[in-house]
Every structure is written in structure tokens, then in C-alpha cells.
Design a protein around this ligand. Structure first.
Ligand SMILES: [Zn+2]
Length: 210
């Protein structure tokens, strides 16, 4: 049967009416989608759903750069699965890593916030985008274009957290991002939140690692 609105499979490019064809869906469920734990260069625990090098990378790139919004449920379902394993009742907020305004303007959407809201729907953990902020800077370079040493320097003091007593004490919160390579961005975000909320526990969850 020819689908009414033909689309291509994110994994292999085959024509299909779903974001992944049957074969890639099978591959995703049995091989690529695998919750695991990594450590950043600074020693922070990072929970992940898949490797960037493989189908996971294709899925996240198709969403972020290819505007394949039908990839969003795949991403958020995988992330929510990990949150449920960690115990969704243990978390007070989902905190999406803020994007630079330059990127939000050029893309026209905020992928991490969208992911955060979807995970929130699956897990009932509220998203709080008011805690963690990113400073507006003309000079901030794209992290992907820099080497490891420069990445750390580039992001220093880019993130800050807003102190608000009413958000609660001794909470556990979930910092969410799409991809972690060195974990530098996540470390800076965690550091910023920890500075304002030293009594909070911050768990880090990303979709793809590598
Ligand atoms: Zn396929």
C-alpha cells in the first residue's frame, strides 16, 4: 500500500508513513536504544538513552537540523523510560539546558525545551525554564566548532541560575540535554544551579552520548 503522505525513514531513507521503517524500528528497540551511565571529564554521572554514533545520532539530528518533528516522540519516549527507571517521583523539576538566542532565532524552535515538555507529559515532572539561564553574548562560538580546551573556556560564565526560595529546598532535579560529548555544557549548567541551590541534587540525563 502506498501511504497517503509518504515520508522517509530517518534511519535508512526508505519510504514509510512512520518516522522509522519496521526494520529500523526493530533495530532501534533491540540494539541502539539502551539506557546507560557515563561519566563526564569532570566526573559527573550522565544517564543516556543511546550512542550518538548510530541510529540515535540520526534521530536527534533529523529533529534538530532536519525539522523532523515526528522524531520527537522517539526521543522523549526513550528519555522518559530512563526517568521512570530512576524513579520519576524523586524529581521536582525538569530543567532543559538553555540554548543560545542565536540558535533559537536561526532554528525557530528550542529543541531541548520541546523534549523537556514531552518528557514532562510522560512522567508528570514539571518543566522549569526559569531556574537556569544562558547569558546573551555575541561572542559565544558554536561549541561544535571548538576543540576540547576551548569548549570549556567558551562556556565559562555563560550559564547562571536564578535564586527563588519558593521553588523548594533539598530537591532532586533533572537536567536534560540532547547530546553529550565531553559533558562540558552539562557541567557548567550543573555548576550554575548548584551555586544558587547547594542543597539540591542534580541528575543529568541526555538522549545520545558520544
Ligand atoms: Zn529504515
Amino acid at each position: 500500500m502506498i501511504p497517503l503522505f509518504p515520508n522517509t525513514c530517518i534511519g535508512c531513507g526508505k519510504i514509510t508513513s512512520t518516522p522509522l521503517c519496521c526494520d529500523c524500528e526493530q533495530e532501534w528497540a533491540t540494539k541502539h536504544r539502551q539506557a546507560s551511565k557515563h561519566f563526564s571529564q569532570k566526573g559527573d554521572e550522565i544517564f543516556t538513552c543511546c550512542q550518538y554514533n548510530g541510529l540515535g545520532g540520526k534521530i536527534i539530528r533529523s529533529f534538530k537540523y532536519g525539522r523532523r518533528f515526528d522524531a520527537l516522540p522517539i526521543i522523549s519516549t526513550a528519555l522518559s523510560g530512563v526517568v521512570i527507571e530512576l524513579g520519576e517521583d524523586n524529581f521536582s523539576y525538569i530543567i532543559p539546558v538553555p540554548q543560545s538566542l542565536r540558535k533559537i532565532f536561526s532554528r525557530g524552535f528550542h529543541p531541548i525545551e520541546m523534549i523537556g515538555h514531552q518528557v514532562s507529559q510522560h512522567t508528570s515532572i514539571p518543566v522549569n525554564v526559569k531556574i537556569l539561564k544562558r547569558k546573551w553574548s555575541w561572542h559565544e562560538k558554536d561549541q561544535a566548532s571548538l576543540n576540547k580546551q576551548n569548549r570549556l573556556h567558551n562556556l565559562s560564565r555563560s550559564f547562571y541560575a536564578i535564586r527563588n526560595e519558593t521553588w523548594g529546598k533539598n530537591l532532586q532535579v533533572l537536567l536534560i540535554d540532547d547530546v553529550a560529548t565531553t559533558g562540558t555544557t552539562l557541567f557548567r549548567c550543573k555548576e550554575a544551579v548548584q551555586k544558587q541551590y547547594p542543597d539540591w541534587k542534580i541528575k543529568i540525563l541526555v538522549f545520545a552520548h558520544g
